[in-house]
Design a protein around this ligand. Structure first.
Ligand SMILES: Cc1cc2nc3c(=O)[nH]c(=O)nc-3n(C[C@H](O)[C@H](O)[C@H](O)COP(=O)(O)OP(=O)(O)OC[C@H]3O[C@@H](n4cnc5c(N)ncnc54)[C@H](O)[C@@H]3O)c2cc1C
Length: 418
């Protein structure tokens, strides 16, 4: 019987443990938190958005898009959902987003815990793995129990590294997986926070803080001989450090990449996405015609939240208190330009503690996409967020973690998927 150590009791580690144990292996699952799946419990605001029926190349970013499609070729998102539901996890779908039917992340952890126990997986919570050493045959895994202070060793034929990335606050994140992979010769591409809020240097941050508005958001940057232009639509939130909201989080990966490479990125907000420039100009002219006795700020009230309108006027060099009826066509054009292209210079992202995922990771060319086995060290498997793959919001990261966990667990136990 194969002896398998799985290091990390998160999404991919628990799935790997389940599939390896089902395939007949003796499995020990190490988790340094006092319980399994602490990060999983925090996902989807406690509801655990664990997959998505929509899939295209833009849903995943990282070193190599074909790696992700190869993984899903072997174990598709649909197969992941079948894997989970056939074993008793009830799922529900809302607009393509999958959740546990209970909409409680806790029940996903209960699902894994009970199934692992039924399969007699040895779960060692409160055990921090400190070293993995290759032996002539197999590996020695050293660990320290939370309540003890002496190191213990166990021998295994195979090791699955599932220690996750660096994102999230107080959820047990560690760099152990990266360090261990490096010790076996793996390359780690630059790591940076993604699905994260962006920091700007806008001098009106304080005035804008708290404003929410619908916008088309575009991030653009140039480096390494190529231009990045990516767009998202949705509600953005101005904050005292910069800007947040789903479209901003979705684009943060590209801003982070630009910051890594050239130290700057810029964001453009179309604050009036339902208008073309010409339609907006016509609307402003109409309002001007009916603005007797009104300042421009009063005449435009309610097109945007008050503070955002005020800042937009200042940016367009329009005095908010000036008479609207006296505004020239040129002034209105400048205002339209600002409303359609409200630019922000991005100076940074919030740090890993605020992020939902780690961009960068173990270089994909060094991993077999059908089994997650290292091409550099036989018997070493690497899953989930440790790899140089990051998904967008919408269940994509858990979907990838589960798929890689299933593949690694089966292959490590000697039963690859057909
Ligand atoms: C706040 C938040 C919300 C999120 N929401 C979603 C969502 O709704 N949908 C989605 O798809 N993704 C979401 N994600 C991302 C998703 O949770 C992760 O991408 C996914 O959990 C990665 O799985 P993993 O198995 O690679 O790592 P993890 O799930 O992070 O598991 C790694 C485990 O390894 C343990 N560990 C680390 N070092 C050691 C060590 N030395 N010894 C023993 N154990 C160790 C950790 O404690 C952890 O339990 C969210 C992330 C965050 C932070």
């Amino acid at each position: 019987m194969k002896r398998i150590a799985i290091i990390g009791g998160g999404a991919s580690g628990m799935t790997a443990a389940l599939s390896a144990a089902e395939a007949g292996a003796f499995v020990v699952l190490f988790e340094h938190n006092d319980r399994l799946g602490k990060k999983l419990a925090a996902t989807g605001n406690g509801r655990c958005n664990l997959g998505n029926s929509y899939l295209d190349a833009d849903c995943y970013r990282g070193g190599d898009a074909s790696f992700v499609s190869d993984v899903f070729e072997k174990c598709s998102p649909e197969q992941v959902r079948v894997f989970l539901s056939e074993r008793g996890l009830s799922l529900k779908e809302k607009n393509g987003y999958f959740y546990p039917r209970s909409e409680q992340a806790r029940s996903v952890i209960d699902f894994f815990t009970s199934r692992l126990s039924a399969l007699k997986v040895t779960v060692l919570t409160g055990c921090e793995v400190t070293e993995v050493i290759a032996e002539k045959a197999g590996f020695t895994v050293s660990f320290v129990r939370n309540e003890g202070n002496s190191s213990e060793d166990m021998q295994f034929d195979v090791v699955i590294l599932a220690t996750g990335g660096l994102a999230g606050n107080n959820l047990g994140v560690s760099a152990f997986g990266y360090d261990t992979a490096r010790s076996f010769g793996h390359t780690i591409t630059p790591l940076f926070p993604a699905l994260v809020q962006l920091v700007t240097n806008d001098k009106n941050k304080k005035t804008l803080s708290g404003v929410r508005t619908e916008a088309n958001v575009t991030v653009s940057a140039s480096f390494g001989g190529h231009d990045i232009v990516k767009k998202e639509t949705g509600e953005v939130l101005f904050t005292d450090y910069g800007i947040s909201g789903i479209p901003v989080m979705q684009l943060s990966r590209y801003a982070g990449e630009a910051l890594q490479n050239v130290g700057t990125a810029s964001l453009s907000l179309d604050l009036m996405p339902e208008y073309t420039f010409e339609k907006l100009l016509a609307e402003l002219k109409e309002r001007r015609a009916a603005s007797a006795g009104l300042t421009i700020e009063q005449g435009l009230t309610s097109i945007l939240q008050r503070n955002l309108l005020y800042v937009t006027l200042l940016r367009a060099s329009v005095e908010p208190e000036s008479h609207f009826s006296k505004a020239s066509d040129e002034t209105l054009k400048k205002l339209c330009a600002e409303l359609k292209n409200f630019r922000l210079t991005i100076t940074g992202t919030k740090d890993f503690s605020a992020a939902q995922v780690t961009a960068g990771g173990i270089r994909l060319g060094e991993i077999r996409s059908d089994t997650m086995e290292s091409k550099l060290k036989k018997g070493l498997y690497i899953t989930g967020e440790l790899l140089d793959v990051d998904g967008t919001c919408g269940g994509y990261n858990l979907q990838f973690a589960f798929a890689t966990g299933i593949l690694a667990g089966r292959a490590a136990a000697g039963r690859e998927m057909n």
